[in-house]
Design a protein around this ligand. Structure first.
Ligand code: 13P
Ligand code: SF4
Length: 307
């Protein structure tokens, strides 16, 4: 594609969106230029709910592939597009169907609670999905004596164990971006800004809990800040969230918890990729019908229980 000014690309994107009857959904970690052209920006749960409410024929998903797959599973009749198929998720790739099947055989009475950061194949073997916004709420609703296998994020799982007191068998997956964040970094920020509220994503190591005021999903962080009378926040998650926080709260101060918390997959999609995606209707998310049917059950159950 020849070099085009951003304004020209945005004009073309908007024209193609109308032509294709498309809506753009973007995750809170996407580049600022992508969040700016999106119709809706949100966390995994908010975007899954949006996907079920959209009447447009096409969903263009700017996020990682498991999120676009979730949209396809919930809206199989729509065309779901993602501008870059390389936008994966390291954590999602840490859980595979074969190993999960073997673990289920070892624990035949266990319920499989699966974080949406997982492949459609793993979801298809699960009883219920959760996101970082509703994991605690959903686990609390399960019968007290129910054995639970939690897949794939051991940090989110341990944070849920710590807050609910429930026992769970944890998969040993993790997000390398959040794992990199150290207690020392947060201690330093707190020393510099002792009056700031510390908001962290539950994919962080649970050992940071004593330093944190709240563990929240990315959407939860945005809502907390908007409704808070405080004006200073240390934000401990991926850097992309600062665009929305600053835009929505121009008078509040945001301190970076960890500058190296950058998800390379969330930074892949640029304006030219969105334009190419609409022009060529590429890449379409395609999943076999039986996989869609099986993966839809735990996701729909999650949507039901998180109301
Ligand atoms: P949220 O659902 O909180 O936006 O988190 C998604 C994610 O991938 C965090 O790393
Ligand atoms: Fe996956 Fe971590 Fe990137 Fe989220 S931040 S998409 S969990 S690799």
């Amino acid at each position: 594609m020849a070099f085009l000014e951003n304004e020209v690309m945005i004009e073309r994107i908007n024209a193609l969106k109308k032509q294709l009857d498309a809506v753009i959904l973007a995750h809170n970690y996407e580049l600022a230029e992508i969040q700016e052209i999106a119709d809706y920006t949100g966390d995994s749960l908010e975007l899954s709910i949006r996907a079920t409410q959209i009447s447009a024929r096409t969903i263009l998903f700017c996020g990682v592939t498991f999120m676009a797959e979730t949209a396809k599973v919930l809206s199989p009749d729509k065309m779901v597009l993602i501008p870059d198929l390389q936008a994966g998720c390291t954590m999602a790739n840490m859980a595979d169907a074969e190993t999960l099947r073997a673990l289920k055989e070892k624990h035949p009475g266990a319920m499989v609670v699966t974080y949406v950061n997982s492949t459609a194949e793993v979801k298809a073997l699960s009883d219920i999905c959760v996101t970082s916004a509703n994991a605690e709420k959903i686990v609390r609703q399960l019968p007290g004596d129910q054995e639970i296998i939690f897949v794939p994020d051991m940090n989110l799982g341990q944070n849920v164990i710590n807050s609910t007191g429930r026992k769970m068998i944890l998969w040993d997956g993790f997000c390398p971006v959040h794992r990199r964040i150290t207690n020392e970094e947060i201690k330093r920020r707190k020393q510099e800004y002792p009056d700031a509220i510390v908001l962290a994503h539950p994919e962080c190591n649970p050992s940071i809990a004593p330093l944190v005021d709240e563990f929240l999903s990315t959407g939860g962080i945005c809502n907390y800040v908007k409704n808070s009378s405080h004006d200073k926040f240390i934000i401990v998650t991926e850097m992309g969230i600062f665009h929305r926080l600053q835009k929505e709260n121009p008078d509040k101060t945001f301190i970076v918890g960890s500058p190296q918390a950058i998800c390379p997959y969330m930074k892949l999609i640029r304006l030219e990729d969105v334009l190419r995606c609409l022009e060529k209707q590429q890449y379409q998310i395609e999943l076999p019908a039986d996989l869609i049917e099986k993966a839809a059950r735990p996701i729909r159950k999650m949507l039901e229980l998180s109301k």
